[in-house]
Design a protein around this ligand. Structure first.
Ligand SMILES: NC(=O)C1=CN([C@@H]2O[C@H](COP(=O)(O)OP(=O)(O)OC[C@H]3O[C@@H](n4cnc5c(N)ncnc54)[C@H](O)[C@@H]3O)[C@@H](O)[C@H]2O)C=CC1
Ligand SMILES: O=C(O)[C@@H]1CCC=N1
Length: 278
């Protein structure tokens, strides 16, 4: 099986390295291309057997699965470039949320899936969001979910849920890291606790909390009930958070959705303009 990665920036190389580390893919199965060849060459040097090629066409031709790991506005160009070497037997996976499955199905003959990854796959964990186009067969889903389960927990969602699901699973690590940073800075400011010490404590706490919420049957409500003992300090802290965070998450969701709509409309224009040129 040949698996291609077009775009070996942050996410493309993270996915390749996670698949290799998990043992799901052998370097000999992987073919990678990137606009500036050095990034793909660097991977080939680190993982002997991995093939770095100088054109996207070469990467796509004959690959059973092709991961498109580029930014949304780079899609129209790449699709136009590789369309001629693609056929109905191949699976093209988009890792970016605003590119709609029907946009891809309208351009190339392949089976289309959208799989939105997360930086957490670097630690072989976190949810990968799987969305399937109409041409995907049950055996294709099985293949993709088997592959993704080597580095993540595949979760099938509807395309209409992409933005909000990705806010949580893909943007979430950055949001939570920001909250931890703010908390550690406040701890250092108010109490003199060393910042790095606070971050270490917080990271261990997040690791443990994640385990409780995923493997140990704890719900967020149960966790709060068990920690916030009656008359204790946690309950007082939660009361502060309840008031201060009241509108924060609505504002966050409004903002990410507004940006998503902007990206969608730019993409629509690009795809329509290109269709007019064909
Ligand atoms: N960073 C994250 O945590 C996540 C990112 N994503 C999505 O993944 C996509 C890629 O993000 P990053 O990897 O962070 O971006 P990046 O900028 O690090 O990587 C994109 C790569 O694509 C290459 N590229 C651009 N045009 C190309 C072309 N015509 N042919 C070949 N290669 C080309 C660039 O040289 C670059 O190496 C984005 O759409 C992002 O929304 C999705 C989930 C999580
Ligand atoms: O910030 C972004 O646009 C990407 C999408 C999900 C995570 N990072």
């Amino acid at each position: 099986m040949k698996v291609a990665f077009i775009g070996t920036g942050s996410m493309g190389s993270l996915l390749i390295e996670a698949f290799l580390r998990s043992g799901a893919l052998h370097p000999h199965f992987i073919c990678a291309s990137n606009r500036s060849r050095e990034k793909a060459d660097g991977l080939a040097k680190r993982y002997p057997g991995l093939q770095a090629v100088s054109s996207n066409v070469e990467a796509a031709a004959g690959s059973q699965i092709i991961f498109l790991c580029v930014k949304p506005l780079d899609y129209p160009l790449i699709l136009a470039e590789i369309a001629d070497v693609l056929d109905e037997s191949q699976i093209v996976v988009s890792i970016t949320s605003p590119v709609q499955i029907e946009m891809l199905e309208g351009r190339i003959p392949c089976k289309i899936a959208k799989i939105i990854p997360s930086i957490t796959h670097s630690a072989l964990s976190g949810a990968s969001l799987c969305i399937y186009g109409q041409r995907i067969l049950p055996e294709d889903r099985l293949l993709l979910e088997q592959l993704m389960s080597s580095i993540s927990e595949p979760v099938v969602i509807d395309e209409s849920e992409t933005r909000i699901a990705s806010d949580i699973s893909s943007c979430g690590p950055a949001f939570i890291a920001f909250i931890l940073q703010e908390w550690a800075e406040a701890a250092a400011r108010h109490t003199g606790l060393e910042y790095h010490h606070a971050i270490r404590l917080g990271a261990e706490m997040l690791h443990g909390t994640g385990k409780l919420l995923t493997g140990s049957g704890f719900s967020p409500e149960e966790l709060q009930r068990r920690v916030a003992v009656p008359g204790g300090v946690t309950a007082e802290g939660i009361a502060v958070l309840r008031v201060r965070l009241q509108h924060v998450f609505s504002a966050l969701i409004e903002t990410t959705h507004r940006k998503y709509e902007e990206d969608l409309s730019k993409l629509d224009q690009l795809f329509t303009k290109q269709a007019g040129q064909v």
